[in-house]
Design a protein around this ligand. Structure first.
Ligand code: 13P
Ligand code: SF4
Length: 304
């Protein structure tokens, strides 16, 4: 542990703070976090954490999810500008128009959406829970927002449902191409190709394994293979390399970096605990209760 990390450990005990970190954070942040995981795991932790203060190292919609589930807690994000372009791409008017166009459809929202948008949806899903939840949903007609790549992946896994997609998604994953995947596989013929479902369908089609960030990390840890190409944000390459130095991990592209996730540094986490930095999430109670319904539904269907 370095000096900043030591100080963070002392202060989080003293301030009764819990640090949650998404897997796309840097390794030094993962080392001081109380919990590290994918979006579904973070939502589950948010629902049960006992501390007075929660510091969410990730992007804003993740901190909003914590606040929706734990309104009595002080929820902070170290950097206000850590947003997610996919979460912010639709506004409520655009969604209301889509709902009018598809009135007999249940609206399934990827958790990467704003709290405001969640108030208009029936259920949330994450990349690790989408297939399970959509299979269980009591409707055959589904409008899936906003990621058409994850939506396409779900459609192929759940062909019995009629799933309408819109165009949109994660700019970080969408820029990975099938040509890059073919070149990486040719360069590393013994490697397994692990891919996030936010990637384009042509990239996903070339994968040996498709999963959320936590699922990709678990797969690589348990696999007997010694070499992997990683088709998701490059933090996962860093974490896997540190955790399994006996194995080789290649990024599919050096450009697969989410700058919103990377805006938070270990120093920002310290400054947030010191009260010198950090942005507190606040929410109107009516909006919170309306948004909570679709997160509760996700936890009910996803945990069962
Ligand atoms: P997961 O960690 O749920 O796979 O989500 C990936 C992501 O892009 C989060 O913003
Ligand atoms: Fe949003 Fe993509 Fe960054 Fe995740 S990786 S926070 S979906 S932009």
């Amino acid at each position: 542990m370095n000096e900043i990390q030591q100080r963070i450990i002392e202060l989080k005990e003293k301030n009764d703070a819990c640090i949650l970190a998404h897997c796309y954070q840097t390794h030094d942040i993962l080392e001081i976090a109380d919990y590290v995981g994918d979006s579904f795991g973070l939502a589950q932790k948010a629902a049960v954490a006992k501390n007075k203060t929660i510091i969410m190292c990730g992007v804003r919609f993740m901190a909003e999810t914590v606040k929706i589930l734990s309104p009595e807690k002080r929820v902070l994000i170290p950097r206000e500008e850590a947003g997610c372009p996919m979460a912010e791409q639709l506004d409520p008017d655009m969604l209301l128009q889509l709902k009018q166009k598809y009135p007999d459809h249940k609206v399934v929202a990827y958790i990467n959406t704003t709290a405001e948008l969640k108030t208009l949806c029936d259920v949330c899903v994450t990349s690790s829970s989408a297939v399970k939840i959509i299979k269980k949903l009591d409707s055959d007609n589904i409008l899936f927002i906003p990621d058409c790549n994850l939506g396409d992946y779900v459609k192929k896994q759940v062909p019995e449902k009629k799933i309408k997609l819109i165009s949109g998604g994660c700019p970080t994953h969408a820029k990975l191409t099938a040509a890059e995947a073919k070149a990486a596989k040719a360069a590393h013929p013994g490697a397994l190709f692990l891919v996030h479902p936010e990637c384009q369908p042509e990239v996903v089609a070339l994968a040996d394994f498709v999963g959320s960030t936590t699922e990709i990390m678990d797969f690589a840890a348990k696999s007997d293979a010694e070499e992997f190409i990683i088709g998701t944000e490059n933090s996962i390459v860093q974490h896997l390399g540190i955790q399994h130095p006996e194995k080789l991990f290649h990024p599919l592209s050096k450009d697969c970096v989410c700058h919103n996730m990377k805006v938070t540094t270990i120093a920002d986490v310290l400054h947030t605990l010191e009260g010198r930095s950090g942005f507190e999430i606040t929410m109107d109670e009516e909006q919170r209760l309306a948004a909570k319904k679709c997160i509760d539904e996700m936890l009910r269907l996803g945990n069962g």
